[in-house]
Design a protein around this ligand. Structure first.
Ligand code: ARG
Length: 608
């Protein structure tokens, strides 16, 4: 049960009775929000001010009228009106207590499955294989995986597709490198390593700067030779096609360890660009026939959003470029391939929405793509570019690993794990110094802690930012054990489990036969409210494709839990009833943290 939706549904009839234009009711409902200051109640309805102008009454009168016409219910205390007409809303403790008991028996922790599940296709990770993985693809992988988990948790069908860049210029580099510089024995022994060597070697020979795109180097003789290899591959040259096929397993093998280590859900499909190659001529024919694309200076192009194909240099400076779908030399483009992909996905999966989790620099590409897809007839698919900002280094410039690459990403995770273990051990030492009895973890347990906390730190740091902003990659900050970090949440979880361990209590009975809930202390009530706000957090995160809203929620929950923990003894509670009730709260905190982290693809450990 989503508390906010509950309150809004209580207000709906009251608002419908006053608002002159029924179409406006949702806007006024949207002005009902959680309070920022708990002293004002749990939620606040701020619709009276705007509404007063429309109905010609004072805001306080509107507020009174709204309150008077709220349906009789056993959920809310009598609302109070503050200031010019703010309506403060507070749930009755009995309602909170009763609802908590209900969610205790619910594996979904109160999160309802959507009434009308949708089919989503989500395109994420999508790296250009045969070259080192870029950190941008790391972000896409982490964010896309979290969005998939969140949508599925709500009951949607989510088809994941890793749209591999498996057909680009980088294969020309490999083909050229393989033909001229290969070491057969090395390729036999370790194809991944040998391909990586060849890729780096040819780029070095061609003197391509780090990060420079292969396509950008137009007047470079080595790159020209590489491009020729790519063209031959695309034209179906048997030798190049055979080689390409023999490279692909090694390319996939470069990615596997990263996906595995990050705990990425298995993809439903990994249909790369190569898969769509045979469909591209047909797409161009259709676009021409439907007068969406036109010939211009030997190429086939789609006019820009304004319907213009800029011709003169001045026009080209002023206007958005048109989308080229077939170049003058006959080559197809990224746009052609993405149009074919839409056609295929629409026919194959019949989705209501297609999400592309790709960095912000491709915004123009997707804007054009979606506009053309709609003109092509795909008007009932909701296309979304789930864009994200860059990962920055400590110098606030684009984050780059020294050589950029899977191996280095693995090293980065190694560093995060080592640092997490170091902080864990420092914590243990400190607690011992304070006279606490601390469990001595085995070596195997320490390895698990390092890995789960370290990998969790990297993922959490990425997911806790609003995805649209850039963020600084700071290993020390992300592995911190206090603050809004994975470690802090994982420790809070372990602390909950510790209470049950210490009391030799099996938590399962709190899930099958929940005891009566007593919310006497303000810290208990505040914690109960936070626990009940989980559905709101998940639904908001899904609505905006914003995984960080889950971390915002976790942070609030962890803070409420910490206040509760300091004020409300659990095992030593004053009465057996109170002890049972508090144990239920603790179990719910543990489950909610675990579930929230799982939605972000992050694991927990019971003892650390
Ligand atoms: N491979 C592309 C890149 O690395 C991303 C592909 C995103 N998906 C898509 N359908 N265009 O830039």
């Amino acid at each position: 049960m989503n508390l906010l939706t509950e309150i809004r549904s209580l207000f709906r009839p009251a608002l419908t009775a006053i608002v002159p234009d029924p179409a406006q009711v949702p806007d006024y409902l949207a002005a009902i929000k959680p309070t920022t200051n708990p002293e004002h109640g749990d939620y606040q309805a701020n619709c009276a001010m705007a509404l007063s102008k429309v109905v010609g009454l004072k805001p306080s009168q509107v507020a009174q009228q709204l309150v008077a016409s709220l349906p009789v219910n056993d959920r809310l205390e009598t609302p109070t009106i503050a200031g010019p007409g703010f309506i403060n809303l507070r749930f009755k403790p009995e309602f909170l207590a009763q609802t908590l008991r209900q969610i205790a028996t619910d594996p979904q922790l109160g999160v309802a499955l959507v009434a009308h599940p949708k089919t989503f296709v989500i395109d994420y990770s999508s790296p250009n294989v045969a070259k080192p993985l870029h950190v941008g693809h790391l972000r896409s992988t982490i964010i896309g995986d979290a969005i998939t988990r969140i949508l599925r948790f709500l009951g949607h069908t989510v088809i994941t597709d890793n749209h591999l860049g498996d057909w680009g210029t980088q294969f020309g580099i490999l083909l050229y490198g393989y033909k001229h510089f290969r070491d057969d024995a090395a390729f036999q022994a370790d194809p991944v390593r040998e391909l990586l060597r060849l890729y780096v070697h040819v780029r070095h020979l061609a003197q391509l700067a780090e990060g420079e795109e292969e396509d950008a180097a137009t007047d470079n003789p080595i790159m020209a030779a590489c491009r020729e290899e790519t063209a031959k591959l695309h034209a179906g040259d048997p030798e190049n096609v055979t080689l390409w096929k023999s490279f692909m397993p090694a390319c996939m093998e470069m990615l596997r360890p990263i996906y595995e280590r990050l705990g990425i859900l298995p993809f439903n499909y990994q249909l790369g660009e190569s898969f769509y190659h045979p469909m591209l001529p047909g797409v161009v024919e259709e676009m021409l026939a439907q007068k969406i694309a036109f010939e211009s200076q030997g190429a086939i192009v789609i006019p820009n959003a304004k319907g213009i194909i800029p011709q003169t240099p001045e026009e080209q400076k002023k206007e958005d470029p048109p989308a080229i779908i077939r170049k003058r030399d006959g080559a197809f483009t990224y746009m052609t391939s993405d149009l074919a992909t839409i056609q295929y996905r629409a026919e194959q999966f019949r989705p209501q929405a297609i999400l592309y989790v790709v960095g912000a620099p491709q915004a123009l590409h997707f804007k054009t793509l979606f506009a053309q897809a709609r003109r092509w007839g795909y008007t009932d698919i909701d296309f979304q570019h789930i864009h994200f900002g860059s990962m920055l280094g400590p110098d606030r410039k684009m984050f780059a690993t020294r050589k950029g690459g899977t191996l280095e990403l693995m090293e980065l995770l190694d560093e995060a794990a080592a640092l997490s273990l170091q902080k864990y051990e420092a914590g243990v030492t400190e607690r011992r110094a304070h006279g606490h009895k601390v469990y001595e973890a085995t070596d195997a347990e320490k390895r698990t802690i390092a890995e789960v906390v370290g990998v969790g730190a990297v993922k959490y740091a990425d997911l806790c930012q609003n995805r649209t902003t850039d963020y600084v990659f700071d290993l020390d900050k992300m592995t911190a054990t206090v603050g809004n970090t994975a470690a802090y949440m994982q420790y809070a979880y372990a602390r909950c489990c510790g209470i049950f361990r210490e009391g030799h209590i099996d938590p399962s009975r709190f899930r099958s036969q929940p005891p009566a809930v007593i919310l006497a202390h303000p810290a208990e009530r505040a914690l109960a409210l936070q626990l009940l706000r989980f559905p709101e957090a998940v639904e908001n995160a899904a609505a905006e494709y914003y995984p960080h809203l889950i971390t915002v929620y976790l942070w609030e929950l962890a803070k409420s839990y910490s206040v509760f923990f300091e004020n409300c003894p659990v095992l030593k509670a004053e009465t057996p009833e109170l002890r049972e009730s508090r144990l239920l709260l603790v179990d719910l905190v543990a489950r909610t943290i675990q579930q929230s982290l799982e939605l972000l693809g992050i694991q927990v450990i019971e003892r650390m």
